[in-house]
Design a binder for this molecule. Structure first.
Ligand SMILES: *Cc1c(COP(=O)(O)O)cnc(C)c1O
Length: 846
């Protein structure tokens, strides 16, 4: 790109001599079209009908042309594909209209940078958000298929590990629904989170090659390809104005190719975009090498480039310092920023207006290099002076912190950054130098504070602390629940709060989208609520659920409420039977813990409690058993493949399950189930069926949690610790509708459970000794022994409460009624108004 730059005047050189936008030229061309030509575009550009007939016509056209099949050769999967392509066409129309409107109106846009988008399936969601499910459902039925079967054909888009990735997906749904001009930016991994299967009770991992069949929910943008450099060196030169500047050159280049995923809002024409980047080699083949007979080497380089976006790293709340991961991060932020800057430049504005047109939200520290990359572009390529550039950078970015766990804090060895990104390493050192100089002015002679706040950790080798870089380079920092936001201000960012002032640090309590997590996952409850409230407006204003409270005293309503829960439990029982062969009775209390397997989440404590319950059951007389509430304890979740202790927890759960389920002496008073391969689609079946769910992290370790919100929204009660968003859920729904417990010291019941495992009652005791050891030898980092007694007490309260089914139904209704606050719409509005300063841009006023 040719740009002459005058660096003598910081303001003046913002004006670039930048001409010739393809888009402007095309506009002029189009102005020359004849009336007849324009009329054709009008006539055939109008969207196709979205009624039953229109659906069937489009379905059959896609079967015969897109899929090249005949009516004799259409199975459920083809029916899914044809339905998906029909919906895709509608999405693309909306996507086009939305993007055109945004280009025309040129509002401030928000860009959500997330390494993970855990979207799950798209078809049902799109049908509901576009309000096409009824028409298309009937249409598909007349063509000989059942919509349930068709929906079941879709594979999950699982480009995320857990809560962080699912949060990004919920936020996209809300941004679209609330008409915000927003884009997500991420990576198009060839392999999503691994598939989990069980062998002999152990977790086995299998690749998730989700693109095996075509993916109708993405649009390949071959015209958008951006070159990304790695390695090379930095040279200095003097520009025409006598200023010394840096130039990053050499190294290897790969290409970032764009894939767009349309995200439709609910009850609006707005359809936003997630742009995912895929890595490709710069050239298909290095021809010179090919001619010299180095065919294999040329092909290998191609493969190396494609490696960058091949796999999602399968760690949740844990940093593993792999070089390829750092390459992913830079590849992603460099491509995204280049794209954003290209869009900004079309408007021919001055650089100092960049933060008035662009807000970038960093979902955790993964995209922190974007801060450095923007500074590099502004200083090295655009010729701005350092201070002006840094002012633009810090006004653009805001940072969401997701954890305080030490093992999750991202830090990269300086030599690794230097080797992959030599110019960025220089810039990081300079940012740090200027920052620490200012800190020193404020705290003269305090070496300790400089060491604590430095972006560089002084060790051998040195490390770059990404969280410090993110705080220094952003204008706002937020935690994800009230407790967590306060915690970061008094722990990891304490010095930064003193230096920058408390105003820079905010709370934005997480939320979930009620469209997917109630309307889609629990259609019967959604219908009952709509009938009771007399409208569907609650789907866009979740606070309206408050009006359900008046129905609590209506006995018939309570009966119907319980009937819905029961039918969801029957649905889950059937699923459990089909996947595990285990029979569970839907009249039992369903006690669920589904989430990533992690020591801090304490699935271990849960299974120890199950063993305790089992022992107690066996010691009861037949009369005493009459009084027992039957329970099904359900687990689900993946352990990181390299997380040995977490994988042992899965094995212990499965061994306990085998022993307990086979013990006829306790009948079906206790069943234990581990459902393999927990993902979004499974969550949609499990969550509506829960009576109690467990959120029992060690206090201070779970930043927010979001599945806690999903369960309560579906009328499930919580058994939890005073941690993360549990605290705010408690404030909203009240003492009577949640079972929270706090630490009390050591309980003797724990010893007898441990002894039982060590005696071999649950299989070969030797394999579990590393797990038992985490509790003893003065370790027990996650305080299971401290909390075990009060945990069992809370479980007793659950059993007692469940005996009064009518009272339980009141609690359940109140849970749902009081969850309005936890809509992701509320969270997104807060971000938009208080951090991004962006406004809704309705595509078509209603
Ligand atoms: C909501 C969700 C999570 C997050 O669960 P937490 O209990 O908050 O950790 C993880 N995985 C999936 C599939 C989810 O839908």
């Amino acid at each position: 790109m040719a740009a002459t730059v005058d660096t003598s005047d910081a303001k003046k050189h913002h004006k670039r001599t930048f001409t010739g936008f393809a888009h402007q030229d095309l506009k002029k061309e189009r102005a020359k079209w004849s009336k007849e030509t324009l009329a054709l575009w009008e006539k055939y550009g109008a969207s196709e009908p979205v009624d039953k007939d229109g659906f069937q016509k489009s379905f059959i056209r896609h079967v015969t042309t897109t899929l090249a099949r005949s009516s004799l050769n259409v199975d459920n999967f083809s029916a899914y594909q044809a339905t998906a392509h029909t919906v895709r066409d509608r999405l693309i129309e909306r996507w086009n209209v939305t993007q055109q409107a945004h280009t025309l109106k040129d509002p401030k846009r928000v860009y959500y940078f997330s390494l993970e988008f855990l979207l799950g399936r798209s078809l049902d969601n799109a049908l509901l958000n576009l309000d096409l499910k009824e028409q298309f459902g009937e249409g598909v039925k007349e063509l000989g298929f059942r919509m349930e079967d068709v929906l079941e054909q879709e594979v999950d888009a699982a480009l995320g590990n857990g809560g962080l990735g699912r949060l990004a997906a919920c936020y996209m749904d809300s941004l679209a629904t609330l008409d915000y001009p927003a884009w997500g930016y991420g990576l198009r991994y060839t392999y999503g989170i691994f598939q989990q299967r069980l062998k002999d009770g152990y977790q086995m991992e299998f690749p998730d090659y989700w693109l095996n069949f075509d993916n109708p929910w993405e649009l390949q943008r071959l015209d958008i390809a951006i070159e990304i450099r790695f390695g090379g060196s930095v040279s200095k030169y003097t520009d025409e104005n006598g200023h010394i500047r840096s130039r990053w050159e050499g190294g290897d280049a790969v290409q970032a190719v764009a894939y767009d995923v349309p995200i439709p809002g609910y009850g609006t024409k707005n359809c936003i975009n997630i742009r995912l980047w895929s890595s490709k080699p710069k050239r298909q083949f290095d021809l010179s090498r090919f001619n010299e007979g180095e065919y294999e080497q040329a092909v290998q380089e191609q493969m190396k480039a494609e490696n960058i976006t091949a796999v999602l790293y399968p760690n949740d709340n844990h940093m593993v310092g792999k070089e390829l991961r750092l390459k992913q991060q830079y590849f992603w932020v460099a491509a995204s920023l280049s794209d954003i800057i290209r869009r900004f430049k079309k408007t021919e504005r001055d650089w100092d207006q960049f933060p008035e047109k662009v807000a970038i939200q960093l979902n955790d520290t993964h995209p922190t290099l974007a801060i450095v990359e923007l500074q590099r572009i502004l200083v090295d390529e655009e010729g701005l002076n350092w201070d002006d550039a840094w002012d633009i950078v810090t006004r653009t970015f805001a940072f969401t912190n997701h954890t305080v766990l030490p093992e999750a804090m991202e830090k990269w060895p300086v030599p690794m950054v230097e080797y992959l990104l030599p110019r960025h390493m220089q810039i990081i050192f300079d940012v740090n130098l200027f920052f620490l100089q200012k800190v020193e002015q404020q705290y003269p002679n305090d070496r300790d504070v400089l060491a604590r706040m430095s972006i560089i950790e002084e060790a051998t080798p040195q490390f770059v602390r990404m969280a410090h870089l993110a705080v220094v380079g952003s204008h706002r920092v937020n935690g994800v629940a009230a407790l967590h936001s306060n915690l970061i201000k008094t722990t990891i960012f304490k010095d930064f709060v003193k230096y920058f002032g408390a105003d820079k640090f905010e709370n934005k309590t997480n939320g979930i989208t009620p469209r997917r997590w109630l309307h889609q996952a629990n259609p019967k409850l959604s219908e009952l609520i709509t009938e009771a409230l007399g409208h569907k407006k609650w789907l866009k204003d979740l606070n309206l659920l408050k009006n359900l409270e008046q129905h609590v005293k209506n006995k018939d309503f309570r009966r119907r409420w319980i009937a819905v829960k029961h039918s969801n439990k029957v649905r889950l029982a059937e699923y459990i039977k089909s996947k595990t062969g285990i029979d569970v009775n839907p009249n039992s209390l369903f006690d669920v813990q589904v989430k990533r397997i992690h020591e801090y989440k304490r699935q271990f404590m849960n299974i120890l409690g199950v063993i305790h319950r089992y022992h107690e059951l066996k010691s009861l007389t037949p009369e005493e058993r009459q009084n027992v509430v039957p329970r099904v304890v359900i687990f689900g979740g993946k352990a990181a493949p390299g997380y040995y202790i977490a994988k042992l927890v899965i094995k212990l759960i499965n061994n306990v399950s085998a022993v307990v389920n086979a013990d006829e002496s306790i009948e079906d008073l206790l069943k234990v189930v581990f459902i393999p391969d927990y993902n979004v689609s499974l969550a949609e079946i499990i969550i509506p069926a829960s009576d109690i769910s467990q959120h029992i992290s060690t206090a201070g370790t779970e930043a927010s949690g979001t599945s806690n919100m999903k369960f309560v929204l579906n009328g499930g009660l919580i058994l939890g610790t005073v941690d993360g968003a549990n605290i705010e859920i408690h404030e909203e729904i009240g003492d009577d509708n949640i079972f929270l417990y706090r630490n009390v010291p050591i309980d003797p019941a724990l010893q007898s459970v441990i002894t039982s495992i060590e005696t071999g009652n649950f299989g070969d005791a030797r394999i579990f000794s590393p797990l038992i050891n985490t509790l003893t030898f003065g370790k027990d980092y996650y305080l299971i022994s401290d909390d075990f007694g009060s945990y069992l007490d809370a479980q007793k309260l659950v059993d007692e409460a469940y005996k009064d089914q009518d009272d339980w139904s009141k609690k359940s209704i109140l849970c749902t009624a009081r969850m309005g606050f936890f809509s992701s719409d509320r969270a997104i509005r807060e971000y938009a108004e208080q951090i991004w300063e962006v406004k809704p841009v309705p595509v078509q006023p209603e």
